[in-house]
Structure formats: C-alpha cells, structure tokens
Design a protein around this ligand. Structure first.
Ligand code: GLP
Length: 241
C-alpha cells in the first residue's frame, strides 16, 4: 500500500484525475469502478475538464458504481444513479449504456446482487477502483461487522452512516436504512485501487485502516493486503498517521 499526502482536496482531485487519465490512455475501454459521496467530486471535475479539453476520451470506457440505496429509483434526487449522472456522466462523452449502478428498487434484491456480480465478471473485472471511506471505515456500503462480506450484497446502514448521509436528504428519517453494494471480494479483485479521503473527520478511520489490524470491524483495513492500492489523502485526513 502506498500513501500520498496532498495539501488540500483540490490537489487530491488533481492527482486522482491523473491516475484515471493514465488508466484510460493505457486502456481506452477500461472498466472504472466509481464511488459516490462528496470526496470524489473534485476528481470527477478533473475528469470532466480533461474530457472537455480533448485530452480524455470516455467513448469506450465502461463503469460500475459501488452502491445504491435500497428503495430509491434512479430518478430520485438522492439516488446514486442521479448523483453520477449529474456529477459526471452528463458532462463527459461516456455512453450511458456502458455505465452501471446497482438497482435499488428491484423485486428481488438478492437476484439483482447476483446479476451485478455476474455483469462485473462478464466485463472482465474492474481495472481501476475509486473508493471513498466512511467515518466508520466502510468502503462502498460495506459496514463494520464480524465477517468480511464477499460479493454484492444487501446491507443495513449503521447509525453513523445514516447520520453522515443525512446532509443529502431533507431529514434523517428520509435516509434509506439499507443499500446494495459491491462486496469486499469485488473490490479486492480490482486490478488497482485508489482510496480518496479528505478532511479531519476521516483522520481516525484512515489511521486505523492503514496502521491498525486487518479486521472486518474496520472494512478499509482489508486494503492492506491488496497488491496495488494507493491512498490519496489531504493533510487533514492524514493528520493521525
Ligand atoms: C457513502 C458511500 C461511500 C462513500 C462514503 C463517504 O456512504 N456509499 O462510497 O465513500 O459515503 O462519503 P463522503 O465522501 O461524502 O464523505
């Protein structure tokens, strides 16, 4: 695992944008694993800038997002599909048919989870996975627990995650209690992973993920055994290392 520390979130976004660009230049039809949350937004802005300036071509790129809330339709203002469209896909020349976000409103969530796993595998697996991190150390929506979960699965969100994500909703009661997320096996199978973290609120989780024991109680700690992972942090997120 490599750890890089930058002055602020804009610099983290620039560095992550460069890594995405190098992946696409190397493999124009690469599979990107994408994350939601506020942390990757500067990275997405860099990707948009490079596309508008003609440096980056997304026409052959395919993507799989990590997760979606159970119960929110793709059109819902707080859904992760809508977030991705608004923050990235609507502004670059990616074919939306090549972008995938788990389905949160199917009749059979378990079947949807299996189908999502199969689709990732059929595409050849994720080349570059972008991750954020929750305050409790979750990656995707894989919350702390007693076991590492394997493939795409349905999770119950912790109170800490519901609190953290309330800012996107009108009120706490509106935050869905469950989500569908790629599992640790899917994430660990990515050929390369970059984890982005900015702000003091992430400092403790980052310190535990990098220096603590590998334990499902700190899901991001599993990344310690991935052969190609870089943590891109701002000074605040790195302040407890
Ligand atoms: C959500 C997402 C995660 C994300 C986390 C942190 O829980 N499911 O993928 O990493 O939020 O979000 P933020 O970057 O806004 O702190």
């Amino acid at each position: 695992m490599q750890v890089f520390v930058y002055k602020n979130e804009a610099e983290v976004g620039k560095a992550a944008g460069m890594i995405v660009a190098s992946e696409i230049l190397k493999k124009p039809d690469c599979i990107l694993g994408l994350a939601t949350g506020s942390t990757p937004i500067p990275t997405y802005q860099e990707m948009i800038r490079m596309n508008k300036e003609g440096i980056l071509d997304f026409s052959k790129v395919r993507s799989f997002n990590l997760d979606e809330y159970i119960g929110l339709s793709p059109e819902h203002v707080c859904s992760y599909r809508r977030f991705m469209n608004e923050q990235l896909f609507d502004h670059i020349n990616i074919d939306k048919a090549n972008t995938h976000v788990p389905c949160g409103i199917g009749a059979d969530h378990e079947a949807d989870a299996k189908a999502y796993d199969a689709a990732v595998e059929a595409a050849g697996g994720i080349d570059l996975q972008i991750l954020g991190i929750g305050h409790d150390g979750h990656i995707g929506f894989n919350e702390p627990g007693d076991e590492f979960v394997s493939g795409t699965n349905i999770v119950t969100l912790t109170d800490m995650t519901i609190d953290a994500n309330t800012r996107f909703f009108e009120k706490r009661e509106d935050v869905p209690r469950q989500a569908i997320t790629l599992g640790n096996r899917n994430i660990m199978a990515a050929k390369r992973i970059i984890l982005l973290a900015t702000g003091k609120g992430k400092a403790r989780a980052i310190a535990q993920a990098i220096k603590g024991n590998i334990t499902p109680k700190m899901p991001a700690s599993l990344l310690q055994v991935h052969p190609n992972v870089q943590f891109l942090l701002d000074e605040d997120a790195a302040s407890e290392l």
